[in-house]
Design a protein around this ligand. Structure first.
Ligand SMILES: C[S@@+](CC[C@H](N)C(=O)[O-])C[C@H]1O[C@@H](n2cnc3c(N)ncnc32)[C@H](O)[C@@H]1O
Length: 228
């Protein structure tokens, strides 16, 4: 992929209090939904930089689902994650690898890109053989019906890697077609069918500059995880 096919979004990341680095995220001029940075990804990226959340990320192993450009996973890396695996459909891997390569000087620990089509057992097994995540990150991935259950199944499979792992999921309110219903269905599957706990992050706990009334973040964990 040549630079002529992309345009860059610069994102300032406060890695530690008072220590700022800049990420350069390539987005594609022409492409599918994953080739640009979505607002829910920005809100989640900045939430990761708030003091309360740093413990979930610093020194931890992270898997991001439906990474698109990889911005959220890369921010996790700059915030001190030991290992990050950004994942998406095969078509997005060149963009993910380009963004990893572009930002390699600022990356902390290891960042890799891998294919994970939601719900695909062989992809999940392969990912779990490389990394057992402490934290799973998901931004703006609930938007079409066929993917809701496979995405929920992928979250469950990765959460099962360790009883203490958690997932953070962000989304933007949309009133087009069945989008609101899909969000409710996603949470219903996680809670009622899989018996997981969902807790919404209060607005005042999000990053004071990068939050919006119509963008939400919730945490998913096993009910037995008393630390979540
Ligand atoms: C709206 S984009 C969000 C991208 C990025 N997380 C962000 O917020 O900027 C949804 C992402 O989910 C990915 N995706 C859609 N269906 C998928 C599937 N069945 N398995 C894996 N990834 C999928 C898309 O390729 C895309 O990158």
């Amino acid at each position: 992929m040549s630079d002529a096919d992309t345009f860059i979004r610069s994102v300032a990341v406060e890695c530690l209090p008072g220590v700022e680095k800049e990420l350069s995220i390539h987005q594609e001029q022409v492409g599918d939904v994953g080739t640009v940075v979505w607002d829910a990804a920005l809100v989640l990226s900045y939430y990761l930089q708030t003091p309360k959340v740093k413990d979930l990320i610093y020194g931890k192993k992270i898997v991001e689902l439906g990474s698109g450009t990889g911005i959220v996973g890369l921010v996790a890396s700059l915030c001190g994650a030991a290992e990050v695996m950004v994942t998406d459909l095969p078509d997005l891997l060149p963009l993910l690898n380009k963004n990893i390569e572009t930002n390699k000087e600022n990356i902390h620990g290891i960042v890799t890109a891998a294919q994970l089509t939601w719900g695909k057992k062989e992809h999940l097994t392969s990912i779990q053989s490389f990394i057992r995540p402490d934290c799973i990150l998901i931004a703006d991935c609930v938007y079409y019906r066929d993917a809701v259950r496979p995405l929920a199944q992928s979250v469950l499979a990765l959460l099962n890697s360790s009883n203490s792992s958690v997932a953070l999921c962000s989304y933007e309110d949309r009133d087009t077609s069945d989008k609101a219903e899909l969000q409710i269905e996603f949470r219903r599957i996680l809670q009622e069918e899989f018996g997981l706990r969902i807790a919404f992050i209060p607005f005042h706990e999000m990053h004071p500059e990068f939050r919006a009334e119509d963008i939400h973040i919730f945490k998913i964990s096993h009910k037995t995880n008393t630390e979540a």
